[in-house]
Design a binder for this molecule. Structure first.
Ligand code: PMP
Length: 445
């Protein structure tokens, strides 16, 4: 239990390029349950024990997106309680498997139902708590110990790690515990500090904060995990939050991958959402600003999702490769196009292939392309009839190579190259020509 907290603050470099401020990530993955939620899970259990709400041998019940469940599971192991975690079916399989691995019973509920629906994970957790003898329903949404854990731990840690230099706190908001507790503490130290909440499309927070309206039209199912809500948890203290920024599922997922690949920090989906949100509003910040961003949980919980190419592709989250003919010829553009006239001899073409280490040559007549020769077919023809060496190319040439423009997409070029057609000609804007061969295609793919 003593290994919870005192997590590192790490300066980000690559993914925040273009933002003038210093951006520091509070990397919460080093907690024993690999997420920030260990802090509040342990605090909620211990406060409930102090208040006499949990008796020996009790069953603890919670609706959780996974991370709180993990923190509770570790606490329950150490303190001898049973744990039932109620999850919605959009949560990653990894999170469910991990909870089972640490001894929790996992109950899965549908995502696409109203919170009041008896099948929702809010309703099922409450019902299980009523039905199970000697049980305690944690209710992280409204339990004040949640925000208090961050007021007592996360806030003071950030204040002392930044030596009071922090100007902005930026946090993905779910139950609201992290931003409200941490943000309250920081504003008490320096009222000028701004707390920025990151919200998802499909969640009610931003509109409610800006207008005071709980708009049900804002609610729809979304993919981002851990943040955004279709309810107003008591732990969201709107008075300490200065601004909410919404981030799309795609932008969050893409940035989650970038943080791993460009920073070497393997963290979860809400970290991606937070950095994507920060970059959407980057122009607000100056060189003097010090922004602390919370990285809530570990990337291992998302290996079947945001870190899986097939999963990303199925949702249209992986950008299609928009390479064009221009990209394919870039590394040999300066060499120009090697060609032969149709009346030149086959032996000349072979000499040129040797000199330039190439496998095919387009053939011209009267300024136009009328055919091509390639080494494989030429070799076969010469084996059958060695005298062809001294005949004009027009006697042995194959059909002319297809012609594309500089901005033709690679996807449209792929289909043109086959057994009969070893290359494609490219008509350049300056009136000259170049060539894309099989090797150029293989390199590009
Ligand atoms: N990110 C992740 C991965 C989470 O599990 C949570 C908690 N739901 C959050 C962010 C949001 O934190 P909080 O509940 O304290 O607002």
């Amino acid at each position: 239990m003593e290994t919870i907290g005192n997590t590192p603050l790490v300066k980000l470099n690559s993914v925040v390029k273009g933002c003038k401020a210093t951006v520091l990530a509070k990397v919460e993955t080093v907690n024993p349950g690999n997420s920030i939620k260990d802090r509040m899970a342990m605090k909620m259990i211990e406060d409930a024990e102090t208040q006499g709400l949990i008796k020996p041998g009790a069953t603890i019940i919670e609706g959780t997106s996974g991370n709180t469940g993990m923190g509770l599971a570790l606490g329950c192991i150490l303190k001898g309680y049973n744990l039932i975690c109620v999850l919605s079916d959009k949560q990653s399989k990894e999170k469910m498997d991990i909870l089972r691995a640490v001894g929790a019973e996992v109950v899965v509920c549908p995502t696409n139902v109203e919170p009041e629906d008896p099948r929702s994970y809010y309703s099922v957790s409450k019902r299980l708590a009523q039905e199970t003898p000697n049980s305690w329903y944690v209710n992280q949404y409204d339990n004040p110990s949640n925000a208090l854990a961050h007021y007592e731990q996360t806030g003071p840690e950030i204040w002392s790690q930044t030596e009071g230099e922090i100007t902005h706190l930026l946090v993905g908001v779910g139950t609201g515990g992290t931003i409200s507790g941490t943000g309250k503490y920081l504003k008490e130290q320096n009222p000028k500090i701004k707390n920025i909440g990151i919200d998802t499309y499909g969640s009610v927070f931003k509109k409610y904060h800006e207008t005071g309206i709980f708009d049900e039209n804002e609610i729809y199912s979304y993919i981002t995990e851990g943040i955004g809500e279709d309810i107003l948890p008591k732990n969201v203290d709107f008075s300490v939050i200065d601004y909410f920024e919404k981030v799309t599922d795609k932008d969050a997922a893409v940035m989650t991958r970038r943080i791993a690949r460009e920073e070497g920090i393997f963290v979860g989906n809400s970290a991606g959402s937070a950095i994507a949100g920060l970059m959407q509003i980057k122009d607000q910040f100056t060189e003097d600003d010090v922004i602390v961003v919370i990285f809530h949980d570990h990337g291992s919980r998302y290996v079947g999702k945001m870190f899986n190419d097939d999963w990303m592709r199925e949702r249209g989250f992986l950008d299609v490769d928009h390479k064009t003919a221009n990209d394919l010829i870039a590394n040999h553009l300066d060499k120009g196009l090697v060609q032969c006239a149709s009346e030149e001899l086959v032996s000349h073409a072979i000499a040129k292939m040797k000199d330039y280490s190439i496998s095919q040559i387009p053939i011209t007549r009267d300024g136009g392309f009328v055919g091509h020769v390639d080494d494989t077919k030429l070799f076969q023809q010469l084996l059958d009839n060695p005298e062809l060496l001294d005949t004009p190319l027009e006697n042995v040439m194959q059909k002319a190579l297809p012609m594309v423009k500089e901005d033709t997409k690679i996807d449209d070029i792929k289909g043109l190259i086959n057994q009969e057609t070893p290359a494609v000609l490219v008509e350049l804007k300056n009136g000259k020509f170049n060539i894309i061969t099989r090797y150029d295609m293989i390199n590009a793919l």
